[in-house]
Design a protein around this ligand. Structure first.
Ligand SMILES: [Zn+2]
Length: 223
């Protein structure tokens, strides 16, 4: 895959090491900051929505449309949230790990007590980011992510390279074509899971509304 992206790459080739599965192998090369690996925010948002709705459905939104929209937005944000580590200059370290997932679940326990479905759904939404990045293509050292922090601080990367790196040279037509291909792959791989989750959530919301409608409906016949 990197060969196809060579026109967008430049800069020195710093060698490093990367763990693919359980073994260390010579890494990819560093190509300055012209490419960033891993799925786009679109792919990560879809991943968060897919996992969150498949596990948590409509959560406790009780058929309320605005609460459902906020729930889906929360799942999307959780799917993208680990990349906020760009702001602190520690990209793909502790934020991209199972330890961070446990912290999210712990935060849920504190904020919404006795809601294990919400804890699991929000934790899973965050976990999708770690898994999707692990399945991606990294072009910026250190390669991979600190997936097992705090148990292990090594950087892990699968050899699948399922998702394309994202081009940042937006002034080039070829860059947009590359970006379009990256998003298309993400939609093809993650989109079906998100669609199933959203359809299930929609059906549950309808049933919930029907039940609440039955409860509120007047019993006395007209006329
Ligand atoms: Zn990431």
């Amino acid at each position: 895959m990197l060969d196809q992206l060579q026109p967008f790459m430049q800069g020195p080739g710093d060698e490093g090491e990367i763990k693919r599965g359980s073994r260390m192998i010579p890494s990819l090369r560093r190509y300055g900051n012209q490419l960033i690996g891993m799925p786009t925010p679109i792919g990560h948002a879809l991943g968060g929505i897919a996992a969150g709705t498949l596990i948590g459905g409509a959560a406790e939104t009780d058929g309320d449309r605005s609460r459902l929209v906020r729930w889906l937005a929360l799942l999307a944000v959780l799917g993208m949230l680990p990349d906020a580590d760009f702001l602190v200059g520690a990209h793909r370290e502790a934020s991209h790990s199972v330890g961070a997932v446990l912290l999210v679940v712990g935060g849920g326990v504190l904020v919404v007590p006795r809601q294990p479905r919400i804890w699991a759904a929000t934790g899973a939404a965050y976990l999708t980011h770690v898994v999707l990045d692990w399945l991606g293509t990294d072009t910026v050292a250190p390669f991979g992510l600190m997936a097992l922090w705090p148990i292990d601080t090594a950087f892990y990367m699968s050899s699948v390279e399922l998702f394309h790196p994202v081009c940042r040279q937006y002034w080039l037509v070829g860059c947009w074509a590359s970006l379009g291909r990256a998003v298309a792959v993400e939609l093809a791989v993650i989109g079906p899971f998100a669609a199933v989750g959203l359809v299930r959530t929609g059906l549950r919301r309808r049933r919930s509304r029907d039940r609440s409608g039955d409860t509120r409906a007047p019993r006395s016949p007209r006329g």
